[in-house]
Design a protein around this ligand. Structure first.
Ligand code: APR
Length: 238
């Protein structure tokens, strides 16, 4: 007797899933990009121009992230993964907070890096970021003064892309949660999933730039929509 192949679910999350944990999004009213210029705080050129300003920006986000707790949407995704198995539920996030892990999710692919990591721009060494980084933060490997947050800035190559594209190529279901669909390559994942024949569902507070590319859009806040969707999936309703 052949058992039905496990269903492969690939989930992409954005800042919207952490909004109800108190972490700001980027493009909503009053969001991070309304208060900071991307070119000053989220590009290699901005960091070269004024590293102290960039460290201040990420120090504040690291501090806020350290105080935040995962919400019921993070917990629902972790529960889905624990129930179906991490090989069948892959979580890819654009977020640099660690709230998926705090909720119990495993093998989360942080395509934009994490606030928890520090990287030496000189020797490439990675280590756990101190709570506050400054231009005087020394790299513990080369003792150089090129420490930066291990996050992916505009113009840089996102992490884990080969693995992510492999997962999408084998996906039966792709779920996008809490992202405006304005930043590539993440905004293009829905098309890659569809090419693989996957069903695609978008879960967001408002319609996104790519809503029309999804089979289904569920509008509402993540803490309302995600637990209900996970319940449906585990009951075999989708
Ligand atoms: N529940 C669900 N969705 C929400 C909620 C909520 N409580 N609050 C906001 N949203 C939705 C908004 O409607 C919006 O579409 O989350 C989305 C957040 O969009 P952005 O602020 O653009 O964040 P994101 O899509 O994650 O940005 C992608 O851009 O600046 C870069 O590197 C940064 O990873 C980030 C990337």
């Amino acid at each position: 007797m052949t058992t039905a192949p496990h269903r492969k679910i690939v989930i992409l999350t954005g800042a919207g899933i952490s909004a109800e944990s108190g972490l700001g999004t980027f493009r909503d009213e009053g969001g991070l990009w309304a208060r900071h210029r991307i070119e000053d705080v989220a590009t290699p050129e901005g960091f070269a121009r004024n590293p102290a300003l960039v460290h201040d920006f990420y120090n504040a986000r690291r501090e806020a992230a350290a105080k935040a707790a995962p919400n019921s949407a993070h917990h629902a995704l972790a529960h889905l993964q624990q129930t179906l198995g991490p090989e069948n539920v892959v979580i890819v996030t654009q977020n640099v907070d660690s709230l998926h892990e705090a909720a119990g999710a495993r093998n989360v692919l942080h395509m934009h890096g994490t606030l928890a990591g520090a990287l030496c721009a000189h020797c490439g060494h990675r280590w756990p970021a101190p709570s506050q980084m400054t231009p005087d933060t020394l790299c513990p490997a080369c003792n150089g003064l090129s420490a930066r947050p291990d996050v992916v800035w505009f113009g840089e190559i996102p992490y884990f892309m080969d693995a992510i594209l492999d997962h999408l190529a084998g996906a039966d279901l792709f779920i996008s949660i809490g992202t405006s669909g304005q930043v590539y390559p993440a905004a293009g994942f829905v098309l890659a999933a569809q090419e693989a024949g996957a069903q695609t569902i978008e879960v967001n507070l408002d319609p996104s730039a790519t809503s029309d590319q999804f089979d289904e859009t569920i509008l509402g806040s993540a803490t309302q929509t995600v637990p209900a969707l996970v319940e449906h999936l585990l009951a075999g309703h989708r």
